[in-house]
Write a protein that binds this ligand. Structure first.
Ligand SMILES: [Fe+2]
Ligand SMILES: [Fe+2]
Length: 320
């Protein structure tokens, strides 16, 4: 593994914030935690122990000043992109428990306790940012989400709704491996591995290049590093499930096609230019993230899926 990627896994969040950017952390997601094999759940748990951070370490004083100095267009686009991540963190935090209970081995269940704690921390990180920096005067977690809902990407709603549905199905049928494979594809491959990494790249590159919102950059870059463990776990588990039952490979494809179909239905076009991103860049980021996940599961991309990926619109990645 290149030394830079190795460093990303070892440093504290202060060094991560100052010395690295989201592009190197996304490389760490795809290349930095391989190769590991059947021991992956506890290897990832040990990484969690080393990388864990606290929301109370973050100082949003500069972020509050920066937020007031952004243009209206910058604030609007930033919220349209970031809000999907905030709502997504809450959705995965509340829906992970049925997946934990249905996971085949004890090592999977032990690892997933760390992911539950990460997702809780990520939800509370965004809750704090929206209250203290964006300025939502919310009474509780749900009130923050309700108030930011008007910025919520319509293309994310289907993916999060599917997670609520499939998590409930897994709760009712914990031994059904098809349901589990679909749930892991929706959660770890699509929501974390495609949507989340695309949103992270857009917002964090803006913060880093403009020297703005340092508290957000520090917390969200640490969040993105946490997601590397989640994505690697999910892709390894899918590989393991498919090795035990090759028919589950088609469940992965069907779930991705469902996500692409639901995510491609939108009524609003987002203007990314205030965050210095071109529409074609977003499309490229998203397609790249999706192809890399399927490569990590080590399954080929069928022609029908390949055509859908090539035709994807940026709204599917970051909402309209
Ligand atoms: Fe998360
Ligand atoms: Fe996650």
């Amino acid at each position: 593994m290149p030394e830079e990627l190795e460093q990303i896994g070892l440093v504290d969040i202060e060094v991560l914030h100052h010395q690295f950017d989201v592009d190197s952390v996304i490389r760490y997601v795809h290349e930095g935690i391989v190769p590991i094999d059947r021991t992956y759940p506890l290897d990832l748990y040990r990484k969690y122990e080393a990388q864990r951070w606290n929301i109370s370490e973050l100082d949003f004083t500069q972020d509050k000043a920066d937020w007031m100095n952004l243009t209206d267009a910058e604030r609007d686009t930033f919220l349209r992109v970031a809000t999907g991540f905030h709502h997504g963190e809450r959705q995965v935090a509340v829906d992970i428990v049925p997946l934990l209970m249905a996971a085949p081995r004890d090592e999977h269940k032990m690892y997933l306790t760390s992911q539950l704690e990460d997702e809780t921390r990520h939800t509370l990180f965004f809750d704090r940012f929206y209250r203290e920096v964006v300025g939502l005067a919310a009474t509780d977690i749900m009130d923050t989400l309700d108030q930011s809902y008007r910025y919520m990407s319509e293309t994310f709603i289907g993916s999060f709704g599917y997670l609520a549905y499939i998590a409930d199905q897994i709760r009712r049928h914990p031994d059904n491996r098809k349901l589990l494979a679909s749930g892991i594809t929706n959660y770890h491959l699509w929501i974390e591995g495609v949507l989340a990494l695309s949103v992270a790249k857009i917002t964090l590159n803006f913060c880093k290049s403009q020297h703005k919102l340092p508290g957000f950059h520090k917390g969200f870059l640490a969040t993105t590093r946490d997601e590397s463990r989640h994505v690697v776990f999910g892709m390894k588990l899918l590989k393991e499930l498919i090795a035990d039952d090759p028919s589950l490979q088609s469940v992965v494809y069907e779930t991705v096609i469902t996500m692409l179909t639901m995510g491609s239905t939108y009524t609003q076009i987002i203007d990314y230019s205030p965050l210095l991103v071109e529409r074609d860049d977003v499309r490229h980021i998203m397609m790249n993230n999706l192809r890399k996940k399927l490569n990590m599961v080590e399954i080929p991309i069928p022609q029908q899926l390949d055509k859908m990926i090539s035709a994807v619109q940026p709204e599917t990645a970051a909402g309209g």
